[in-house]
Design a protein around this ligand. Structure first.
Ligand code: UDP
Ligand code: MG
Length: 344
């Protein structure tokens, strides 16, 4: 049997605190898989530096010199987690039969990879890593994350419950992923649309090894909002429904105030009148904002901007230039990133 060439893809943004441990653990895991005859000796671990401002690229580059298994891909600037994953997948796919994506902080259990590769060898093409418990997460993170999955389900978006971006995909699935031309790629929503033979593997999610989360509340909310508006038009329908309801309610109020007026008690109505002006005004603004949000999305999509730009690709030498999404990430001049990583 031909063993599959396997690539582990790791997005890294300012991960200098954990990276050395991560490199050690993942290369050890890959050696173990090779030894167990589960994957080919040509398998690699590909670290994608998503425009880090610290020593992340320096560490990746150094490791790639010392260890054949370690490869690096440096994006020209911070393109965001999802784009970093895409950059890694698209760069690795030509030379790989299957790929696993996993976060650099090793919150996801690397031992689940064995099970994933076994399932791949059994013929599955997409294997989702699913958290069996969220004990290591704070109450807030658990509450918001699980609420998000439930809300998405209600809105008709089919997500795999408690699955994030720890998954194995075959080359064929990644090839299909490339056909999704939208610039806002919410992978958790898109991968299930690819279909093929899929299954999941359970694991326990741990705490971050070191460093802090790169998803503060602001980014988390933006990510959830993007996920919802990229996949569902239900919010816009909901707003219309509220609009109709409030129109109906204001009719009732109108009747009520008219009756009061007939009995000569007009000043009574002032409070309710001013309240309803604010209420309707508010509702209209929400509705306008939501419509604007969707129009904004259409505007962004029509531009067809590159999703990312690769600066250095140690995986596919000679250096190739490939494109990635500029939206949704803080802008930072390229020259500054270069200077920083060269100084280190
Ligand atoms: N990450 C990235 N680009 C970003 C933000 C995050 O590549 O702009 C990476 C980060 O280095 C990590 C993964 O995405 O490997 C998930 O981030 P994190 O662990 O901070 O998120 P959390 O687990 O707290 O949701
Ligand atoms: Mg994490």
């Amino acid at each position: 049997m031909n063993l599959p060439i396997f690539t582990i893809i790791v997005p890294c943004y300012n991960e200098e605190e954990v990276l050395e441990v991560t490199i050690d653990q993942l290369t050890a895991k890959l050696s173990e898989l090779i030894k167990q005859n589960l994957v080919s000796e040509k398998s690699k671990v590909l670290f994608v530096d998503d425009g880090s401002k610290d020593r992340t690229w320096h560490l990746i580059y150094k490791a790639s010199l010392n260890n054949e298994m370690v490869k690096g891909l440096k994006l020209s600037r911070n393109a965001g987690h999802q784009n970093a994953l895409l950059a890694g997948l698209f760069s690795a796919k030509e030379a790989s039969d299957c790929m696993v994506t996993i976060d650099a902080d090793l919150q996801d259990d690397i031992h689940a990879i064995n099970e994933m590769v076994k399932k791949y060898n059994e013929g599955y093409e997409v294997i989702y890593g699913v958290r069996s418990s969220r004990e290591s997460d704070t109450f807030f993170k658990r509450f918001t994350a699980e609420g998000f999955y439930k809300l998405m389900d209600k809105l008709g978006v089919k997500l795999v419950f408690n699955h994030a971006d720890f998954r194995l995909m075959s080359k064929r699935a990644v090839d299909e992923l490339e056909h999704f031309a939208e610039s806002n790629m919410f992978l958790r929503g898109i991968v299930p649309l690819i279909g093929f033979n899929s299954t999941s593997v359970c694991y326990e999610r741990r705490e971050r090894l070191a460093g802090e989360t790169k998803y503060p509340l602001k980014k988390m909310l933006a990510f959830a909002f993007d996920g919802i508006t990229s996949f569902s038009v239900t919010p816009i329908r909901f707003v219309m429904l509220i609009g109709c309801l409030s129109f109906f309610v204001s009719l009732l109020f109108g009747l009520y105030f008219l009756t009061l007026k007939l009995f000569g008690n007009t000043e009574l109505g002032w409070t309710s009148l001013i309240t309803s002006i604010w209420l309707i005004g508010g509702l209209q603004l929400i509705a306008l904002g939501l419509v604007g949000e969707y129009i904004g999305k259409i505007y962004k999509e029509t531009k067809r901007r590159p999703k990312y730009i690769v600066d250095v690709d140690l995986f596919n030498l000679p250096v190739s230039r490939k494109l990635i999404n500029m939206e949704g990430a803080d802008y930072e001049p390229i020259s500054e990133t270069r200077k920083l990583s060269e100084n280190n």
